[in-house]
Design a protein. Structure first.
Length: 185
């Protein structure tokens, strides 16, 4: 597996990040416990989490407020670290030990792509942007999510996923992915 899906998810989410204004940082998001600034912090911090997992390090602690500064530049830097970690020799083939268990590096990279893309969708929805994001990638991620996400991974609180929602007829692949992952579309 290559890092291409992750890189596409990063590019898609970056496009959404560039459309967020500072005035929207306090707005609500589809993630009930987060406002836009929290979601941005999760999106940027998530790239460092993925890097840490890929290189076999524990995730860094701390609560950096990336939304207080140039969050697009912060995302660019974090994403470079994440992609570089997954591109390192042997990472995709080896078994990684993560806070939630062990898995092949390629599977963790797929999770990173899905997480990055889906939170980009959340941000687009929260800030009034078009949620029809990278149709081909969304279809690929939806197929993977349907194979990976078991009912035991779902809870009403959304940990780690909420109950599957119904996407409206004719919904884009990105909207269908969001609904499958528990978002109201």
């Amino acid at each position: 597996m290559s890092t291409e899906p992750l890189e596409q998810a990063i590019a898609t989410t970056r496009g959404v990040l560039t459309g967020v204004s500072k005035e929207q940082l306090g707005d609500a998001t589809p993630c009930a416990q987060w406002k836009v600034s929290d979601l941005i912090n999760h999106i940027v911090g998530g790239q460092y989490f993925f890097e840490a997992g890929a290189i076999g390090q524990p995730p860094a602690g701390g609560e950096t407020d990336y939304s207080a500064g140039d969050f697009v530049a912060a995302f660019d830097e974090a994403a470079q670290h994440s992609v570089a970690a997954f591109r390192a020799d042997g990472v995709m083939e080896k078994t990684l030990t993560l806070p939630f268990g062990q898995m092949p590096g390629a599977a963790f990279c797929a999770i990173a792509a899905t997480d990055t893309f889906t939170h980009g969708w959340d941000l687009a929805k929260a800030t009034g942007q078009d949620t029809t994001l990278n149709d081909e990638l969304a279809a690929q991620l939806l197929t993977g999510a349907k194979m990976f996400i078991q009912p035991a991974f779902r809870s009403p609180e959304g940990n780690p996923f909420g109950p599957e929602e119904q996407a409206p007829e004719g919904a884009s692949n990105a909207d269908q992915l969001a609904a499958f992952l528990g978002r109201k579309v």
